[in-house]
Design a protein around this ligand. Structure first.
Ligand SMILES: [Ca+2]
Ligand SMILES: [Ca+2]
Ligand SMILES: [Ca+2]
Ligand SMILES: [Ca+2]
Length: 371
């Protein structure tokens, strides 16, 4: 009898739990989320809204665990490929609901008659540092303009700003010669060198989730070069118009990316969330920067191994995969690469020229006919 009673109580309590779950589920299901697509590409503006209802209060949109909105409509750009969990919570008729939605952001892949496999054709991430061209020349949309042809141009902003690109066809490392051409917009007296990293798709999943190897350029190991450098940029009080952007580094230094009179839009990338963001990479020396004459500030190019650096006959910087090094600084032997990351290498304020910021026009495979 006692056993029977326990069993009965157990069944009863299970039913109560089920009943209360169903109650919550009903509220979750009645929260109507509109305009959600199965997947997006990184250049998309994602617009999702909750069907407006006066019964819904305290709306919170979260991306993974980060609060990203409190209105009926969410407008967000993510800037990096990946799988995210978007959740929306609040109360409906004073009952709490919390609905989670998977959100897949795919890389942008250039296609069409004007696109050639000779060039990088895929964009996986665009995380520029603040700079005078950000939100103007440089947007998530315009970042796709440098894919598949020689027509685009993009600025990566101040130190550390980067983009991750991919190729349709692996770029082979041919012994004794350069394998990649990276085109920026250097002038004879104004280089803005960017550090180049390469990756092979070792797990063959089409994603840059393998190991980055830095291309050791001519300044590698020299005074003023700092590996494992980090800078945190702070969101300004508003992002409608230009104002100085504060930064601190991991060496105890601080400064600002200065607003100038030529570019009046905000220099803080509009798609970066949160009050600050930290970028990691290699800092290049300011040894060639000459600010003696403020009217004629110069920064001569380094010898080799960087983006937006040399004005050679064909215009682009020539990169040899044989110069790849690992995190310990040792040379590595890579047969070919599928992904490239380009990152502004200097942290310098060049007066009226604005911040030193690497530009990219295209990235080209120099060995397209090798097997
Ligand atoms: Ca080579
Ligand atoms: Ca430049
Ligand atoms: Ca991979
Ligand atoms: Ca620049």
């Amino acid at each position: 009898m006692i056993i029977m009673k326990r069993k009965y109580l157990y069944i009863l309590s299970s039913l109560l739990v089920l009943a209360s779950c169903r109650k919550v589920d009903e509220y979750q299901d009645s929260v109507d989320i509109q305009n959600l697509k199965a997947s997006y590409t990184i250049s998309d503006t994602i617009k999702i809204n909750v069907a407006p209802s006066s019964n819904i209060k305290g709306l919170q949109w979260k991306l993974n665990d980060e609060l990203i909105g409190t209105n009926d409509t969410l407008n967000v750009q993510l800037g990096a490929y990946g799988k995210y969990t978007l959740s929306v919570s609040g109360t409906m008729d004073n009952k709490e609901f919390n609905k989670s939605i998977p959100l897949e952001i795919k890389p942008y892949i250039a296609a069409g008659a004007n696109v050639s496999d000779l060039y990088a054709t895929k964009l996986y991430e665009f995380t520029p540092a603040p700079g005078q061209f950000i939100n103007e020349l440089s947007t998530l949309k315009s970042a796709t303009s440098i894919l598949g042809n020689e027509k685009g141009l993009l600025s990566l902003g101040a130190w550390g700003g980067y983009m991750v690109l991919g190729f349709n066809k692996r770029v082979n490392n041919v012994s004794g010669k350069a394998d990649l051409e990276v085109k920026g917009n250097p002038l004879p007296t104004w280089a803005e060198p960017g550090v180049i990293w390469v990756m092979k798709d070792e797990n063959n999943n089409g994603l840059p989730d393998d190991t980055w190897y830095e291309i050791a350029g001519s300044e590698s190991g020299k005074d003023g070069e700092i590996k494992n450098y980090e800078v945190t940029y702070y969101r300004p009080s508003q992002i409608k118009s230009a104002e100085d952007i504060r930064w601190i580094d991991n060496k105890g230094n601080s400064g600002v990316v200065k607003a100038n009179t030529f570019h009046r839009q905000s220099y803080f990338p509009s798609w970066i969330r949160g009050n600050q963001y930290t970028i990691k990479g290699t800092l290049l020396p300011n040894s060639n920067l000459n600010k003696t004459n403020p009217q004629m500030i110069t920064n001569m190019s380094f010898e080799y191994g960087y983006a937006d650096n040399k004005t050679d006959a064909n215009g682009g910087d020539l990169i040899d995969i044989e110069d790849a090094i690992n995190a310990q600084g040792n040379k590595v032997s890579i047969s070919g690469i599928d992904f490239i990351k380009i990152q502004t290498g200097m942290m310098a304020d060049a007066g009226w020229l604005g911040e030193a910021s690497t530009e990219i026009s295209f990235v080209k495979n120099l060995n397209p006919n090798t097997p």
